[in-house]
Design a protein around this ligand. Sequence first.
Ligand code: UGA
Length: 462
Amino acid sequence: MENSGNPARPVISVLGLGHVGLPTALGFAEMGWEVIGADDDAGKVALIKSGKSPFFEPGLQPLLTKHLETGRFRLSESVGEAIRASQVVFVCVSTPQKEDGSADLSQVEAVARNIAQNLNGYKLVVSKSTVPAITGQWIRRTISRFAESYRRAAGASSKNGSFEFDVASNPEFLQEGKALENIFQPDRVVIGVETDQARRILETIYQPLKCPIVVVRISTAELVKHAANAFLATKISFVNMVADLCEAVGADVGEVAKGLGLDPRIGRQFLQAGIGFGGSCFPKDLRALIYMAEEHGVDCGILREVVRVNLRRTRLFVKKIQKALWVLRGKTIGIWGLAFKPDTDDIREAPSLKIVKELLGEGACVRLYDPKAMANVQRVLPESAAQVTYCQSAEEAARGAAALLLLTEWKEFRDVDLASVRSAMDVPLLIDGRNFLDPHAAIAAGFEYHCVGCAVATDGIK
Ligand code: UGA
């Protein structure tokens, strides 16, 4: 692969083919760009090259098949080769959490060094990973420093490393389970740039989407992403706190959320009460933002509370189960849903798994079912004759159970015949951790129905 260097039709490389990188790469291919994907994980690259998506995301598999065929999406086993063959390099590597809550940026640094080593013409280096607000500066500094030392090592006459480059930030706002929808119909594209050339290139790349493009400084773009996630997580913890109040005074959090959300200043989204937020983003990004703010002497107490409220959600939910079921030891509990949210097989920081582990700790037996995440759960929680059974369907998970818990709101759970589920159970107790099922239908099917933030549904008055 060679760097064709045509600024009107830049070749794009996407480094890191995870939940952000792979949809992003295929999104660019669908917009008409020539894209090279690369990842340090050779097994993942081989799998994608063979036409298989390494994770479930609606619409991703057909898009992968399509663009391997059109040739607009190619894979490279070598990150360096992908850098050399492209003019625009999107950095989509992970920024995992360190013990102290800060972001581990070692993968970002490794990519910056790799770029320095492979500068063979102008490059625009765009960070898509969620990073603290001065990372762009560090990427620029790292590329400059290492490009210079690689050039010296290669001999003073070598041109290697003496080429220009720009750094930019273009945070991703995609949600797992809706990644392609978010890519093709974004509310906005935020680009943080330092030069006109970088701005022009990114505006050209995103031009096919015809959406608002917000052009800002790099550190501003980086902060927009962290602040957006922190604000959305705050809405969730806020509504969960309101849910507890609702239970205490006999109100209904769904109706309170409706009354709140119709005010356009508040908005209806992300006011769904339940067992708390999980996933690879909110918990990690909140801690990283708090760490960064406190490093700068900024008081982030409000975000510490958001984390604290969220951490308590699973314990409170287990207490709710105990209140409804009394003793947990030896009881069989059916579980509907394990992924951290529907339409994904991702179980990172899934509140459902924390609940399952607490139930096992209390001596309960669980019958687990999730439409997509079972294989991932089996890797961290092996089947055991004594306590853990994996089931092939929602109905099977309920068989012989003394309680049924809905922990992830997969659409298929709404289509289950509740009356037959009820008759397969030992005790018709249904605890809905996502307020997803119709309480009237559950009660009509013979269930004692409990949900979050609504005391009235339990006794059928509603
Ligand atoms: C989140 C953001 O929504 C994206 O905009 C962002 O790009 C992404 O993080 C990221 O940083 O990469 P994601 O974690 O995929 O996306 O999923 P969300 O839909 O935000 O859900 C996160 C968690 O909040 C889930 O556990 C979900 O069940 C929970 N949630 C969401 C609620 O408990 N209540 C709600 O009302 C909404």
